[in-house]
Ligand binder design. Sequence first.
Ligand SMILES: Cc1cc2nc3c(=O)[nH]c(=O)nc-3n(C[C@H](O)[C@H](O)[C@H](O)COP(=O)(O)OP(=O)(O)OC[C@H]3O[C@@H](n4cnc5c(N)ncnc54)[C@H](O)[C@@H]3O)c2cc1C
Length: 380
Amino acid sequence: MDFNLTEEHLMIRDAARDFAQTELLPGVIERDNAQTFPDELVRKMGELGFMGIMVDPKYGGSGMDAISYVLIMEELSKIDASASVMVSVNNSLVCYGLEAFGTEDQKQKYLTKLATGENIGAFCLSEPEAGSDATSQKTTAIDMGDHYVINGTKNWITNGGRSDVYLVIAQTDRGKGHRGINAFIVEKGMPGFDIGPKEDKLGIRGSDTHTLQFNDVKVPKENRIGEDGFGFKFAMKTLSGGRIGIAAQALGIAAGAYELALKYSKERKAFGTEICNHQAIAFKLADMYTDIEAARLLVMKAAWDKDQGNNYDMSSAMAKLYASKVAMEHTVEAVQIHGGNGFVKEYHVERLMRDAKITQIYEGTSEIQKIVISRGVIKE
Ligand SMILES: Cc1cc2nc3c(=O)[nH]c(=O)nc-3n(C[C@H](O)[C@H](O)[C@H](O)COP(=O)(O)OP(=O)(O)OC[C@H]3O[C@@H](n4cnc5c(N)ncnc54)[C@H](O)[C@@H]3O)c2cc1C
């Protein structure tokens, strides 16, 4: 067992760290306030290969492994979790879904542009009445011979406004339950496909989250992903990898808050000494450091499982469950260590605290991760 990162991994991590410091940090507070994320920054992430990290270079990707992916996700998330969720959705849910399960034509037509960041993708599973219970899909896709007609509503869709390509899960045959669900590639601008207003959110405010409406949207048959009825399996398989990305995002948020809190505690004086010299603060730092390291090991293990071709359903669920808990708990502590300064935007930790919460909710809530893990444990 070797816990060292390779030279290549260190270079990738440093490149992501450098990008986060030089490009993401300036303006991160303003972007959070305004709920925006400029296309220019997306373009730059694409140029660095961050939008198709694990995609084969023959489809325009960077051909890196999952370890590289989590290293990049951690570094971006330390500074700007709105940037990293765009990266995560595009990589894990959209690019991976197309590369693993799409046809060669679908890969040539869609993946090549998504992997370079020329196009952006969204993954559309959730509905007003189908969140954790994803099998309760109300969106329908009726088979009309050479095409499907999609009707329904998707909500909470990350990259919902800015995407070019949407992977949409819909029910084609209600009688077959989850075996009657399919996944489709829908393009922005297809008649009947409308993008609703942007959500006004607690955290990851730079990332755009929208409700989407599908009113008699005609989608060619060749845009279905996989065999008829593969849609639910498709969603579960892509989400399993997505959870590695969100776990790494949570890890980055926690680590970013910890680094700020450590620095602050060495500068801020109270009762004649730097506050890190007060045991109550020092012990908080010790807990943060330990828990973040434990989260990092779980995240790395899940990524390693993926790279080895092992099943990673359990390891990704454990990594997400634990890293998101650590992110939530320790961003609150980072605010506490900053005292009153922690409560204002200038010091960044309040934003990290707000951003942390979503990691316990999307791509399966913590309760759903426990269902996945407990089922796995009981089956063993
Ligand atoms: C900012 C943001 C971005 C998102 N991005 C996307 C996206 O890009 N694509 C997409 O498809 N979705 C996206 N989502 C949706 C997200 O995945 C869902 O919100 C999440 O899965 C929870 O579903 P829900 O909101 O319907 O909550 P519900 O399923 O209604 O859950 C409510 C509560 O009940 C609990 N609960 C539900 N069932 C059980 C059970 N069986 N046992 C124990 N507890 C249970 C949940 O854990 C939760 O605490 C996003 C959400 C947000 C907020």
